[in-house]
Ligand binder design. Structure first.
Ligand SMILES: Cc1cc2nc3c(=O)[nH]c(=O)nc-3n(C[C@H](O)[C@H](O)[C@H](O)COP(=O)(O)OP(=O)(O)OC[C@H]3O[C@@H](n4cnc5c(N)ncnc54)[C@H](O)[C@@H]3O)c2cc1C
Length: 132
């Protein structure tokens, strides 16, 4: 049996400095309770690629592309990071009233719709931020 610690961090307000930008766990380490860490890293990469696609080779263009990348991604990744943090409690309720209410919510028809914002996102077509 392997054991390892789960580390996370408060959401960051920026992922970039000059011509360097973070993505994936380096930008938004999260607990695994939405199963989204790697998914968010892949989404970051797809958006970053789109931002850099049209950028010129000069420093200003690259800095602008990184700013657009960050502005496009940070709100969504932070929301998922915070949701994963919240779920550390929700997923571990001991048997009882709260656990029964949670299970009923997960079993309800509304639950899949409530998570559409997580699974319905396509980084290949999502709009890029216009202001960064
Ligand atoms: C228990 C658990 C369950 C999870 N389940 C899911 C899941 O179901 N779905 C999901 O989407 N995500 C899941 N995740 C999260 C997912 O594993 C991470 O979010 C994802 O691996 C992050 O990818 P990354 O490329 O940002 O970082 P990493 O995967 O950490 O990659 C960073 C790489 O950089 C290398 N590196 C570090 N320093 C250096 C250096 N100085 N020079 C060169 N290389 C270096 C490291 O060795 C590593 O290979 C889970 C995580 C855990 C812990």
């Amino acid at each position: 049996m392997y054991r390892w610690a789960l580390y996370d961090r408060e959401p960051s307000t920026t992922w970039r400095n000059g011509l360097v930008a973070l993505l994936g766990d380096a930008a938004h380490p999260m607990l695994p309770f939405m199963a989204q860490g790697a998914c968010q890293a892949i989404e970051d990469a797809a958006i970053l690629g789109r931002c850099l696609e049209g950028a010129g080779p000069d420093r200003q263009s690259i800095a602008r592309a990184l700013a657009t990348y960050e502005a496009t991604r940070i709100e969504r990744a932070t929301r998922i990071q915070s949701g994963s943090y919240f779920n550390r409690i929700v997923f571990h309720y001991p048997d009882g009233e709260e656990q029964v209410a949670r299970d009923a919510m997960f079993a309800s028809d509304g639950w899949s719709t409530a998570t559409d914002w997580v699974y319905g996102y396509d980084p290949l077509t999502a709009p890029l931020a216009t202001r960064s």
